[in-house]
Write a protein that binds this ligand. Sequence first.
Ligand SMILES: Nc1ncnc2c1ncn2[C@@H]1O[C@H](COP(=O)(O)OP(=O)(O)OP(=O)(O)O)[C@@H](O)[C@H]1O
Length: 285
Amino acid sequence: MDAILSIDKLHKQYPDFELKNLSFTLKPGEVMGFIGENGAGKTTTIKALLGLIRSEGQIQIFGKPADQLSVEERGQIGIVLDGCHFHDQLKIPQVDKVLAGIYPKWDHGQFMKLCERFGLPLNKTVKSFSTGMKMKLSIAAALSHHARLLILDEPTSGLDPIVRDEILDLFYDFIQDETHSILFSSHITTDIEKIADVVTFIHQGALQFCLPKDVLHDEYGIVKGPRSQIEKIDRDSLLALLPQNLTCQGLVRNREEIRQAYPMLSVEPAGLEEIMLCMVKGERK
Ligand SMILES: Nc1ncnc2c1ncn2[C@@H]1O[C@H](COP(=O)(O)OP(=O)(O)OP(=O)(O)O)[C@@H](O)[C@H]1O
């Protein structure tokens, strides 16, 4: 199956930050959760792959170099970036008109339906919208031009759990067409756990892993116990070690094997938050 999005050795240098030759592939029908600590380089990656900043490396979208996409192909990318990018003085009917002029396949009916579903007022300017309302407007727009690929930078931040859940349902509906894909950056690991098929984790501009969520869920584990015991785990299995008061927490890639080999240690499944915490704050093995 051809990738809908692939990046190969994506590199960007800022004075105090380097995106270090990032490579990953997103297939049709997949949702990729893109995670990393503040400043890890998620927005930089997204901006680079949308051509909003200069970068080095290969970026292919719909099987073509990203800078060679036609207007129609560009219109098949739905984008939600951090913050709201609509003019403050516009009201929803005007936003509708502006976007109809930009996207060849703009769907007025779908946009109005989503605005109504999100409870967005038609008679108020964007300026008066709350953070959550602005985010809902951006999401309604991204879902209203028959996109095949959604690129979403923190689309659920600023939203309450009920609206987040509703939006995740919309993304879930979007992905039911197996030619559609989503790249979804977020700090809200529970959202990623709910919706992602694949998790890509970057730390300080470098790729740590790009793995199916099921592998993380079924195989990774958190080991708790005295440091002296955890340090005996072989280097191939133990990915990171996080001292905690008198005990220690270790991240392992093969939970069941470790459970059998070290019956005196507590070994539990690892959530995404624990994985991130161990890999960012822990000692790397
Ligand atoms: N235009 C710029 N000039 C210089 N440095 C920049 C620029 N844009 C981003 N950076 C730096 O690049 C690094 C990565 O920033 P980026 O916004 O990609 O991180 P992030 O993972 O999206 O973080 P967050 O989760 O906080 O949004 C940061 O250290 C930031 O200061």
